[in-house]
Design a protein around this ligand. Structure first.
Ligand code: SAM
Length: 302
């Protein structure tokens, strides 16, 4: 993250800086929800988009977007987020229903409404970590809808560059129980030190049987794709310059670090899941998604 973007995250919350990206993903999920061949349903997503002045005029249905599916932002990029939502829904549900985890930690939860929309087993606890202003906005919108979570939900307003471990422990997290961790659309916004700390901490707090899914970008130089339709249209249509929000430093090899700590990992392109589901983005030229990888990691039981 550049110094400018880094400073902006704490104060502008959901209305600016990296907080605005949570609204972008919410708009994409709203559009996905209304598709006839939807991969994921999130009835809360459009309420977040409409409630924030910064996004109130954005599309929540593909019909409202100029050029529909041919719109690089609201067509292909939104479908990417829809696919990601579905794949990570499946990861979490598998972790709790088959893997035996009873606590879930959403790192950089943003406007993720999984606590409200997925079917969790009895006794499941969902911790949501994000900036205070993002979680305050989420609380206000969900409160207005009288939304009821389907598991115990514990929001933890804290910056992931600060000591979030103490906050998680104080919120009732149990390091002796298997956990399903998720860092969806998060790590490339964090400074390297914060990503390394996050991976080390997840390992340290994970009992055997825990699982982690996260998203990384492998590009050596993110600016190689500055003219890509995704980055250009996101900036032109809604004023989010993703490249200025991403941390510009070379990324650590977090999947490799986890393997070194004894975790098993599998690394996928999003396109693998497009082919599996028969819907979603496929590779194209000058593609800002080319370096995106979805990593699934499991800590063996002793
Ligand atoms: N995971 C959510 C999803 O996929 O819908 C949100 C993704 S959004 C692109 C990125 C989220 O990471 C935002 O909600 C932002 O506030 C959060 N985030 C970024 N940097 C953060 C930090 N240093 N501390 C806490 N949250 C952070």
């Amino acid at each position: 993250m550049t110094d400018t973007a880094h400073r902006s995250t704490g104060t502008e919350g959901v209305a600016g800086g990296v907080g605005l990206t949570a609204l972008l993903v919410a708009a994409a999920r709203a559009i996905e929800t209304h598709r006839h061949d939807s991969l994921a349903q999130d009835v809360y997503a459009e309420h977040f988009v409409r409630a924030a002045p910064a996004s109130a005029g954005w599309p929540v249905h593909l019909d409202q977007a100029a050029d529909g599916d041919a719109n690089p932002l609201w067509g292909r990029f939104a479908r990417y987020f829809g696919l990601r939502t579905r794949v990570l829904d499946d990861f979490l549900l598998q972790s709790v229903h088959t893997g035996g985890a009873r606590q879930v930690v959403l790192l950089g939860a943003g406007l993720d409404a999984r606590a409200f929309r997925l079917d969790w087993p009895p006794g499941c606890v969902i911790f949501e970590i994000d900036q205070e202003s993002v979680l305050a906005f989420k609380h206000e919108v969900l409160g207005g809808l009288s939304a009821v979570p389907k598991a115990t939900r514990v929001p933890i307003p804290i910056d992931l560059r600060a000591d979030w471990v103490g906050a998680l422990a104080n919120a009732g997290f149990d390091a002796a129980a298997p956990t399903a961790w998720l860092a969806e659309g998060l790590l490339f916004y964090l400074p390297i030190t914060a990503e390394t700390y996050l991976i080390d901490t997840v390992d340290r707090l994970s009992a055997g049987g825990s699982a982690l899914a996260f998203e990384v970008k492998l590009e050596k130089d993110l600016l190689d794709y500055r003219d890509s339709p995704l980055y250009v249209s996101t900036n032109d249509q809604i004023g989010i310059d993703l490249l200025s929000l991403f941390d510009g430093e070379p990324r650590p090899d977090s999947a490799g670090d986890l393997r070194g700590k004894g975790w098993s990992t599998s690394v996928h392109t999003p396109f693998d899941f497009t082919r599996h589901h028969g819907r979603g983005p496929l590779p194209e030229r000058n593609d800002a998604l080319e370096g995106n990888r979805w990593v699934f990691a499991n800590k063996p039981r002793p």
